[in-house]
Design a protein around this ligand. Structure first.
Ligand SMILES: [Zn+2]
Length: 104
């Protein structure tokens, strides 16, 4: 019940990313494609993404999120933390009125 307002809000936004692309705002889009996070992706994830031979998003996700390399886990965690802060700033900037959205 606690997450009901956020869920309802996301349904109203049709789950497309706030960056303006028609993409669904999912973990693959956030980690690899979203233009909002390009600067922090370059800083935290690009060194690992350049090393992997995988081009398929599922394999790339598995590579980053497997937890087998503590250094990669820390970089992904920093990326996600920074991305969440950027998203909050961007939502405030564009004036999305979405009760509960700031708690995502
Ligand atoms: Zn996006």
């Amino acid at each position: 019940m606690r997450f009901l307002p956020t869920y309802k809000c996301l349904q109203e936004l049709s789950q497309t990313c706030i960056c303006g692309s028609p993409s669904v705002e999912n973990i693959s889009h956030i980690l690899f494609d979203c233009q909002l996070y390009a600067p922090i992706r370059l800083e935290y994830l690009s060194p690992f993404l350049e090393r992997t031979v995988h081009r398929d998003p599922i394999h790339r996700l598995s590579y980053l999120l497997s937890g087998s390399n503590v250094y990669i886990v820390r970089k992904v965690a920093k990326f996600v933390t920074k991305a969440a802060a950027l998203r909050t700033q961007y939502v405030e900037q564009i004036g999305v009125s979405c009760k509960g959205d700031l708690h995502i």
